[in-house]
Write a protein that binds this ligand. Structure first.
Ligand code: ADP
Ligand code: MG
Length: 461
């Protein structure tokens, strides 16, 4: 009943379809295109209706709701005789079964269930630059790296879940993509699903809206490896959390590998239910610590080499010394420097680096350290600096120490355990308590609040 592609008429139609796709791609961006629009195939045109096909019912719903109107408009601008768009999913076509559950019955037509279709719909695209072989390993990330390798190489499930955590720009997503890419390569039969917690939530909300949660559950629970990036995103989102919890449990119970990343350790995640936190910590929890000078230098050397950029060692050392925030910023600095040198045809020197990167260098200069905070706070309250680390608990000493912990939390990117360690090896719950206590006091005592505010401005200034 559909016109088969092949004739002159159909060449025109496929040219029109190519233009529609190109415009969708530029309008909605590469990520959306790769996830949703690329898997669409054009089946034919009949009585004013353009027939399109996607691999799953999920994608069908999503495309109809998110892109349906725009698809129709674009088609009409190409071909005024188009009156409607019909999006079908191949699971229905192939088997006559309304359930698009990703896994097909044995012997079902391959086209209906290919893992390609499945992955294209749910999994986020992987960045080919994020591989194990270009991840530079040092003290701060060696445990996370080794654990990620284990999960990627193991035929079984070495620990479940693997929970990677650390501050922004330290390599969590890089390691996640590397795991997914390696498993897909060495075990293509495995269903590896990688997506951000944010996307997980969107999918779930969609499913709720379309009363399609059965298909949602089936899709997620039929994977071999589930990887959710930035799980802190679902903090406070109760329904999504609930669903995630069930998905997580179902997979772990079936001995399927789960890999999670977050900006904090399970215990420190706020707005996540306790039972969830405890389950997240069941497997291996690996922290990616902030970078050291050696690691930063190693990363710079390797990236400079990859870019075949001729940069004097002095300049790399200078950058490793100055740009301490995170790897993303470090990379950004290097890229900018190389681009600049190429553009103006000058060689890179310490002077060019300082000139081209002055804003980044300034921003990194201004970042306060916990040591500075401790020093300033001790001076301000007239206690000895050593009391910041001491075990003494009298009010006159404990209070300034709490203020310093509070300001460390506010002004640095350090995690609670890291802060605790810098205060005489205290536990992260002590830091959490200090933060809460200072917040309370600020509410009830306005002169205390002014004091803290003054210190904060001094430290930031
Ligand atoms: P996160 O997800 O933790 O915020 P990303 O994984 O996105 O951080 O890393 C930010 C950037 O830094 C990426 O381009 C990544 O390739 C790079 N990067 C981070 N850590 C390393 C490392 N150890 N070696 C090489 N590149 C790294
Ligand atoms: Mg990330």
């Amino acid at each position: 009943m559909l016109i088969e592609l092949g004739g002159a008429m159909d060449q025109r139609l496929s040219a029109q379809w190519a233009r529609v796709r190109a415009r969708m791609r530029s309008e909605f961006g590469e990520t959306a295109f790769q996830s949703w629009l690329k898997p669409l195939t054009f089946k034919g045109f009949h009585n004013g209706v353009v027939h399109l096909l996607v691999p799953t019912r999920f994608m069908q719903n999503w495309i109809e709701s998110q892109y349906g109107d725009r698809l129709l408009e674009l088609w009409r601008s190409e071909n005024p005789s188009v009156t409607a768009i019909d999006v079908a999913h191949s699971a229905t076509q192939a088997s006559g079964d309304a359930h698009a559950n990703g896994r097909s019955a044995p012997g079902a037509p391959a086209a209906a269930e290919t893992s390609d279709g499945f992955d294209a719909g749910l999994s986020a695209p992987l960045d080919p630059r994020f591989r194990f072989d270009n991840f530079i390993v040092g003290k701060p990330n060696e445990l996370a790296f080794a654990a990620a390798r284990r999960v990627a190489e193991a035929g079984n499930v070495p620990f479940n879940p693997l929970f990677l955590f650390g501050g922004v720009g330290l390599g969590k997503t890089h390691l996640m993509h590397a795991i997914a890419a390696q498993i897909r390569e060495s075990a293509p039969e495995k269903r590896v699903l990688y997506l951000s917690a944010e996307k997980f939530m969107y999918q779930f909300i969609r499913a709720l809206r379309y009363k399609d949660t059965m298909a949602f559950k089936e899709q997620f629970r039929s994977v071999d490896v589930l990887m959710i990036d930035d799980v802190q995103f679902i903090a406070g989102k109760d329904n999504t959390q609930e669903e995630f919890f069930h998905t997580f449990n179902a997979l772990v119970d079936q001995n399927r590998q789960v890999v999670i990343s977050a900006d904090k350790s399970p215990a420190e995640l706020e707005g996540i239910e306790d039972r969830m936190k405890s389950r997240l910590g069941w497997g291996l929890v690996a922290e990616i610590h902030s970078t050291t000078y050696e690691l930063r230098l190693g990363i710079l050397q390797s990236k400079a080499e990859q870019m075949s950029a001729d940069i004097p060692p002095k300049v790399l050392e200078f950058l490793a010394h100055k740009i301490t925030s995170n790897v993303r910023e470090l990379e950004g600095a290097l890229n900018r420097l190389v681009a600049y040198a190429n553009l103006v045809g000058r060689s890179i020197t310490l002077e060019t680096a300082q000139e081209v990167l002055h804003d980044l260098l300034r921003a990194n200069d201004r970042r306060v350290t916990i040591e500075e905070i401790q020093k300033r706070v001790a001076e301000h309250f007239n206690v000895k600096l050593s009391e910041m680390h001491s075990a003494r608990r009298s009010r006159g000493i404990a209070r300034p120490r709490q203020v310093a912990m509070y300001l460390s939390k506010q002004l640095t990117a350090r995690s609670l355990p890291e802060i605790g360690r810098k205060f005489g090896g205290r536990d992260h719950t002590t830091v959490m308590h200090a933060v809460r206590k200072v917040d309370e006091l600020k509410q009830s005592d306005s002169s205390f609040a002014e004091d803290v505010e003054l210190l904060r401005r001094m430290l930031e200034g």
